[in-house]
Design a binder for this molecule. Sequence first.
Ligand SMILES: C[S@@+](CC[C@H](N)C(=O)[O-])C[C@H]1O[C@@H](n2cnc3c(N)ncnc32)[C@H](O)[C@@H]1O
Length: 276
Amino acid sequence: MLAHTIKIKDEEFFELKDIIYKASAITFAESKKYLLENRLSKRLQELNFDSFKEYIYYLKYDINRVKEMDTLLNLVTINETYFLRERPQMDHLMKNTIPAILAKGKKSIRIWSAACSTGEEPYSLAILLKENALSARANYEIIGTDINTEVVDVAKKGVYRGMSFRGVPPNFQAAYFNPSALTFEVKDEFKQRVRFQVANLISPTLPAQMGKFDVIFCRNVLIYFDLDGKKKVLDMFYNCLNTPGYLYLGHSESTLKIENKFTLQNFGTGVFHIKE
Ligand SMILES: C[S@@+](CC[C@H](N)C(=O)[O-])C[C@H]1O[C@@H](n2cnc3c(N)ncnc32)[C@H](O)[C@@H]1O
């Protein structure tokens, strides 16, 4: 069935936006109304609703509301990602941060790729550890998490197509993936290094669930949050890091206007945050 677009009224938009915000910290500007219409119209029709009012009622009161919230978040999150994205930060981790942690005699290093979407980021880190001859120098645990249950399933499978490889060097696929007709599967040695789970960055139980890390990557996620959401997540990351602990945000994500306890450091082509 080809879905037609169901228009969202102003009051419905504000109510739905609020539901999404409370569940995830993701904010939608009024100019993004069309995005909710485009992404959710098919779902409304699957449920035999012809207005957003009915869908909001369903989200609030139906017996299936908890499950539907997952479906809603799967539909509205932006999951764009690819291998070796924003590579200078990954190179900085390999050439500076990990050697600095190793120099302190640490033999066990935990890395969290928070909001990793389909998994290209944590797999890239596992691959670069090997490329930089760091794999054998410590026990690494890389954990990839995301709120979207569907992308986490894709990440666990580790099977990718062309778009995930835009911008990788020519030998990358051949060296680290098993090719099939149209897809490339991450080799087992990297799959074994990375563990995936569903996790909401604003869940109060998350720090207890995740434990402590030496490094956190959380890139291209906080751009969707408001200042309050960003601050809560930054504080949570601070608490989840060992001392010293290292946080890498996306290239374009500044913490300038957010009160936080991290020390900001410049590495030429980018910045990172340290818990000292
Ligand atoms: C654009 S992707 C970024 C992927 C990867 N970090 C990168 O930079 O390529 C943003 C991801 O953040 C996830 N996300 C959004 N809000 C979240 C939340 N509250 N908790 C966990 N993940 C969230 C989305 O599901 C999406 O997969």
